[in-house]
Every structure is written in structure tokens, then in C-alpha cells.
Design a protein around this ligand. Structure first.
Ligand code: IPE
Ligand code: IPE
Ligand code: MG
Ligand code: MG
Ligand code: MG
Length: 292
């Protein structure tokens, strides 16, 4: 049985070592450490870990199989949050219960810290993941998902990006890109690092797609229903900033029903994976009912 907290701690130690070994300007190193190493739910690394487990890798081999992919995707996630909070984007002062990076240091360091996290993510895969064919496959997964996330942030920033589309279709496009893409990629990267066969990868991909969308529906709901204190980030911002969100379009009850539907879709996708996918079932439930 995998002890998840210990595995995540071991993975974090390996990323920290990777960063320590890398020559970087001191201010940049501090900015990266501030945004990467202190907090967050670590959902994407946890997904990499459990998706690797779900395709048959034994618990004692999971850290060695997943740490580079888990670290790289968390770096991309951290980069996306640092830039998401910038004044030119969501203009947020609070993240994970602390000042956002640009508030803590400067806008320049937040822009450059985000840029560096992206470069370092790919450097980590390219230099640490073996064999090289696997590293190549993971780079394809992560780079495509990163570009989809960036496209999603563009759509989010310009929510009438295609006035020919219905508001619901635009909303789906935004959420599948800005949040869904990285979550789906975390799942696929874990499965690929575990040597998944085609059927396993298809199941994991369907699971990742459903929870990826579900995750952002829940994020939209929490923005409306929770306090800033509970979230550790500013609540009630989406409406003030005119964002296209699930509660904004469907209302609270229908958004909650959508979470339930996506949760079932994700659980059904796991059927063919048997008991090795049990942690993914538990995680799906947690993601549906989380309050933070
Ligand atoms: C927040 O992601 C941004 C979204 C994509 C909704 P998380 O809720 O996973 O953020 P942390 O890493 O736990 O702070
Ligand atoms: C964030 O969406 C998506 C990315 C960072 C890619 P939000 O703007 O809703 O995330 P929070 O609510 O600030 O964490
Ligand atoms: Mg945003
Ligand atoms: Mg935001
Ligand atoms: Mg949000």
C-alpha cells in the first residue's frame, strides 16, 4: 500500500535537489521556491502517482517512475498560477494564504519566475527521465497541455473570443483548456510512465478528461460559496471580473449536478482498471466535495 504523503514528500525532496543543483540568479531561485515549494494541494503530482499505480506499478517503485513527471507538471502549474495572478490577468493579491509572488517580490520577478518554471519543467524531463524515448513522449504530453492551458487563459481573458459560439460552448472551451488540459496530462503522464497499454491509457485519459473539467466547475463554485480565508485566495472574484463560469451560466444547483455527472463519468472510466485504480476513485470523490 502506497503511503501518499511520504511519496509526495520524497518527490518534493527530489525537485528541490534538482533546483539546488541548477545555477540560477538568487532572486529567481527565491521566486521559484516561493511559488513551488511552499504549499498547494499537489493534486497534479498525486494524479501522476496514482495513475502510474493504476496501470500496475508496485507502490515501492512509484516515486522513481514518477518524480520527474510529477515535478515538471507541478512546475507548469505553479507557472500558470503565478502568471494568472498578475495585474494584467486576474490581478490577485493572495494565493495559498500568502501574498501572490508579484506582491511578495515584484512583477518582473513574477513574470520571469513563471518563465523560468516553464523552462525548468522541460529541462527536468529532458535531463532526468530515462530512457530518452520515454522522455520524448512525456515532453509531447506536457508541451501540448501547456499550450492548451495558455490558450485557455487567452479565452478566459477574452470570454467573447468567438461570438458565434453559445456561452455554454465557450465556457466548456475555456475550462477544458485552462484547467482540464494539465489535469488530463498529469493522468496520461503517470500512465505512460507506468507502461500503460492502449486500453489502460484510454481509460485513464477518459478519467482525466472528466475530472479536469470537474475540477474547474468546483473551483468556480468555491469562488462563489467559500470565504477568502477558507480558500487562501480571494473569493468572489469571478463575477466582479466578468468571468464566464458554471455558476454564472447555470446557477449553483445545476453546476452541482454537473459535478455529480462528471464524477460518475470519471468513476465509470476506471471500471476496467480494477482495484489498482481504487486511489483514483477516492481522489475523484475528494475533488468533487473539496472545500478548498
Ligand atoms: C487552482 O488550482 C487553479 C485552477 C486550475 C483551478 P489548485 O486548486 O490545484 O491550486 P493549488 O496548487 O492547490 O494551490
Ligand atoms: C486558473 O483559473 C487557471 C489557471 C491558472 C491556468 P482561475 O483563475 O479560476 O484560478 P484561481 O481561482 O485564480 O486559482
Ligand atoms: Mg484566471
Ligand atoms: Mg485566477
Ligand atoms: Mg478560480
Amino acid at each position: 500500500m502506497l503511503h501518499r504523503a511520504e511519496a509526495i514528500k520524497a518527490i518534493e525532496t527530489l525537485w528541490a535537489r534538482f533546483l539546488d543543483e541548477r545555477t540560477l540568479p538568487g532572486n529567481l531561485r527565491d521566486a521559484i521556491r516561493y511559488s513551488l515549494l511552499n504549499g498547494g494541494k499537489r493534486l497534479r503530482p498525486i494524479l501522476v502517482l496514482h495513475c502510474c499505480e493504476a496501470v500496475g506499478v508496485p507502490p515501492e517503485r512509484l516515486v522513481e517512475h514518477t518524480w520527474a513527471s510529477a515535478g515538471a507538471i507541478e512546475m507548469i502549474h505553479a507557472f500558470s498560477l503565478v502568471h494568472d495572478d498578475l495585474p494584467a490577468m486576474d490581478d490577485d493579491d493572495l494565493r495559498r494564504g500568502r501574498p501572490t509572488l508579484h506582491r511578495h517580490t515584484s512583477e518582473a520577478m513574477a513574470i520571469l519566475g513563471g518563465d523560468a518554471l516553464m523552462g525548468l519543467a522541460f529541462e527536468l524531463i529532458a535531463t532526468r527521465l530515462k530512457p530518452v524515448e520515454l522522455a520524448g513522449r512525456i515532453v509531447v504530453e506536457l508541451s501540448c497541455a501547456t499550450n492548451d492551458m495558455i490558450a485557455g487563459q487567452v479565452y478566459d481573458t477574452l470570454p467573447d473570443f468567438d461570438p458565434g459560439m453559445s456561452a455554454m460552448d465557450r465556457l466548456l472551451t475555456i475550462h477544458r483548456h485552462k484547467t482540464g488540459a494539465l489535469i488530463r496530462a498529469a493522468c496520461r503522464m503517470g500512465a505512460i510512465c507506468g507502461g500503460a497499454d492502449d486500453n489502460q491509457l484510454e481509460a485513464i485519459t477518459s478519467y482525466g478528461q472528466a475530472i479536469g473539467l470537474m475540477f474547474q466547475v468546483v473551483d468556480d463554485l468555491l469562488d462563489v460559496t467559500q470565504s477568502t480565508r477558507q480558500l487562501g485566495k480571494t473569493a468572489g472574484k469571478d463575477q466582479r471580473q466578468g468571468k464566464l463560469t458554471y455558476p454564472g451560466i447555470l446557477g449553483l444547483d445545476a453546476s452541482r449536478a454537473e459535478v455529480k455527472r462528471l464524477r460518475l463519468e470519471a468513476e465509470n472510466a476506471l471500471e476496467c482498471l480494477g482495484t489498482a485504480a481504487e486511489p483514483l476513485r477516492v481522489l475523484c470523490e475528494y475533488m468533487a466535495i473539496r472545500t478548498k
